[in-house]
Design a protein around this ligand. Structure first.
Ligand code: TEU
Length: 538
């Protein structure tokens, strides 16, 4: 298999508005990120993924861009961005930008022109129709919005304020490619391509049988032509790393985006876990891993992540954030860093930050959640019940400010934070984590070190030795005669793992574990709640 830096890398996602506020306005900013770069570097991170910081009315926290060539005031300015890039590079790290090209803000001058009249030259830059079909958008009951001025509807896959660009229009594509070159010529190291599987729309927009199953929004014929053109005209001319957000795909479909012979993207985020597996489902999770491994291995590269700015923090959603928070956070980290693919850390995950439950809808900010809340309450449902039903998966679970210390607002801001800090910041914060040698933070650091020292962790073949076990996940990675065994007890109780014959005779050397000692007898491993072990077998 071809060895590349981005397969070996560990990526750290910075949701800058919640990372560190340098000027007291309540929003994190690029200057704040610069001040915390040493913290990120010390963890061992190679690449930073920066959420969108372009000019934006901020209806969807920067995913509604009104000027691709400017930095939004909340984040800073272009001079600060240039300095950030330079400071990242000085520390031997790389920076990839989040880029949204499926849609813009409705305040983008292109859209303002487009909606101004039917014969405006930019009319065709967006998607206009006389009649809507029955599709829903990700965030609203209809994917179409009526525009009185010209008496037509425009299409939006997300919020009303996020009209989709018309990728069939060549001028649109050329403008986007030009803008991508602008950023790449600055020296950024790649893109995380937002909602990239949505670029192509189906001919004629036929009605869906079940409008609630929004798969129709993604993977439509033509998307690969756009990506191959983007690769040809932009991406292939730079030594960069690209990761595309590709929802609702099987490994076979996914391979079309990332196949090494396809000239499209390097890697993808598929969402079989984060979108489609609401709570921990061990057998299903194992099947997903196995299928993606078999589908991609040797042909294209996967990503590993259990949360991001759209998905509730992993220790809350997939682990135990109460009695076993520390053990569970370490177990999930072990999983993400030892399964095949490039591992992602979402800011705060490395100290075991948890999700949040605010008492009122007013305390929430997430447009997806707020729209859904309004829709359900309008149907006559009990508001309290609606709030409760939306809490676990609200995107604000992962967006609360980074917890730096136990001072007011967790040391995130001297002002009023744009979103409330999780009340548990007095116990869970960076300062505490750095002072405790057994913290989640130091465990991440060790995992990342291991990845740098042992190619088996990146390039090793994968085999599951626990397919039907609902609690224990045991698998090997193997490369050039080096064999590792990972054993995880994803459970609040003790469990026993009997080593299969094939592995039983090997000498085991413990490389990393999340308990201070190891209980085993012969070929029987006694695993405590949320215990994780990485062994080298000899
Ligand atoms: O998300 C796209 C998206 O579809 C997610 O809402 C969804 O939850 C998922 O994980 C993929 O199926 C991206 C951004 O990450 C999100 O923050 C934006 O709101 C959205 O695009 C619109 O730009």
């Amino acid at each position: 298999m071809k060895r590349t830096w981005w397969k070996e890398a560990v990526v750290y996602q910075v949701y800058w508005r919640s990372f560190f506020d340098s000027n007291g306005d309540g929003y994190g900013d690029l200057e704040g990120l610069i001040q915390k770069l040493d913290y990120i570097r010390d963890l061992g991170v190679d690449v930073i993924w920066l959420n969108p910081c372009y000019e934006s009315p901020d209806k969807d926290n920067g995913y509604d861009i009104s000027d691709y060539y400017r930095i939004m005031d909340k984040a800073g300015d272009m001079e600060t961005f240039d300095r950030l890039l330079n400071e990242v590079h000085k520390r031997g790290m790389k920076l990839i930008m989040d880029l949204v090209v499926n849609h813009t803000s409705d305040q983008h001058p292109w859209f303002i022109e487009s909606r101004s009249s039917k014969d405006n030259p930019k009319r065709d830059w967006y998607i206009w129709r006389d009649k809507p079909n029955n599709w829903r958008s990700y965030f609203t009951p209809s994917a179409w919005e009526y525009d009185e001025k010209t008496g037509q509807y425009y299409f939006h896959s997300f919020a009303v304020e996020q009209p989709d660009l018309n990728w069939e229009n060549e001028e649109v594509r050329e403008e986007i490619y030009k803008m991508m070159r602008f950023w790449l010529d600055k020296g950024i190291d790649g893109f995380r391509l937002d909602a990239i599987a949505l670029l192509a729309k189906p001919e004629g927009f036929p009605d869906a049988e079940n409008p609630y199953d929004i798969r129709y929004l993604t993977n439509n014929p033509g998307v690969h032509d756009y990506l191959q053109e983007m690769h040809e005209k932009v991406l292939k001319h730079y030594d960069i790393f690209t990761v595309g957000e590709v929802a609702f795909v099987s490994p076979e479909e996914g391979l079309k985006y990332v196949g090494e012979d396809r000239n499209e993207l390097h890697t993808l985020f598929h969402f079989e876990v984060c979108d489609e597996m609401p709570t921990w489902d061990p057998i299903r999770f194992k099947q997903i891993q196995k299928r993606w491994y078999e589908g991609l291995w040797g042909k294209g590269w996967n990503s590993q992540f259990l949360n991001n700015h759209d998905h509730t923090r992993q220790v809350t959603r997939y682990g135990n954030d109460k009695q076993f928070r520390v053990e569970s956070a370490k177990l999930l980290a072990t999983l993400v860093h030892t399964l095949p693919g490039t591992p992602y850390i979402y800011q705060g995950e490395e100290i075991g930050m948890t999700g949040v439950k605010f008492d009122t809808i007013e305390d929430y900010n997430d447009i997806a959640m707020k729209n859904k809340y309004a829709e359900e309450v309008a149907k006559g449902r009990d508001p309290k019940e609606v709030l409760e039903s939306l809490q676990l998966l609200s995107r604000d679970n992962s967006r609360t400010p980074m917890q730096w210390d136990d001072s007011e607002h967790a040391g995130f801001t001297t002002g009023t934070p744009w979103l409330k800090v999780n009340p548990n910041y007095k116990e869970i914060n960076v300062k505490q984590a750095l002072a405790d040698p057994n913290s989640v933070y130091y465990y991440y650091k060790k995992l990342i070190q291991l990845r740098k020292q042992h190619a088996v962790m990146v390039y090793g073949t994968f085999r599951d030795f626990s397919e039907h076990d609902p609690y224990i996940y045991a698998y090997t990675r193997e490369l050039d005669g080096v064999r590792w065994l990972i054993v995880l007890n994803h459970c609040d109780n003790d469990n026993v793992y009997e080593l299969p014959e094939e592995l039983a005779s090997a000498h085991r050397h413990l490389l990393l574990g999340n308990y201070t000692d190891v209980k085993e007898e012969g070929t029987t491993l006694y695993m405590r709640p949320h215990e994780a072990r990485i062994y080298a077998l000899q």
